[in-house]
Design a protein around this ligand. Structure first.
Ligand SMILES: [Ca+2]
Ligand SMILES: [Ca+2]
Length: 141
């Protein structure tokens, strides 16, 4: 992410079409580095320092004037270069094979490489694969 995410229309997430978007109050929990913002058209963007690489789980809550609320959680991944393990500018099968070679390793074991531990929990496992799958196909230049 180059500082700012793709805009996300929250109208797609609102289940009550009778509620006009600008009557909803949006609030966020869980964010630390990223800054979520919702504009008057209920379009959500996340901003973060361009140098930041990582991910955060942000929960968005919409509250309507009657006090009903709904929440949705996002995982914000701030670095699209994540997953380009060989640094060739694309997240493709070569990276997948590198990832697959490290799959199942844990910190301290032979073959462990922190680059493949995409969620930073010390093990290369399915959660990391899901993160990788999300960036698969991206190009970085
Ligand atoms: Ca690559
Ligand atoms: Ca992991």
């Amino acid at each position: 992410m180059n500082g700012r995410s793709e805009p996300i229309s929250l109208l797609l997430l609102v289940s009550d079409p009778e509620v006009v978007a600008f009557l909803l109050r949006w609030s966020f929990t869980g964010q630390q580095v990223v800054t979520p913002a919702v504009d008057i058209n209920a379009v959500l963007t996340f901003t973060a320092p361009a140098s930041w690489a990582g991910q955060e789980r942000v929960t968005l809550t919409a509250r309507d004037p009657e006090g009903a609320s709904a929440s949705v959680a996002f995982t914000v991944i701030a670095d699209r270069r994540a997953g380009d393990f060989d640094g060739n500018g694309a997240v493709n099968f070569d990276d997948f094979f590198a990832f697959a070679g490290a799959f199942g390793t844990a910190q301290g074991q032979a073959g462990f490489d922190a680059r493949f531990d995409m969620d930073g929990n010390g093990r290369v496992e399915f959660n990391d694969f899901f993160v990788f799958a999300e960036v698969f196909g991206h190009t970085t230049r």
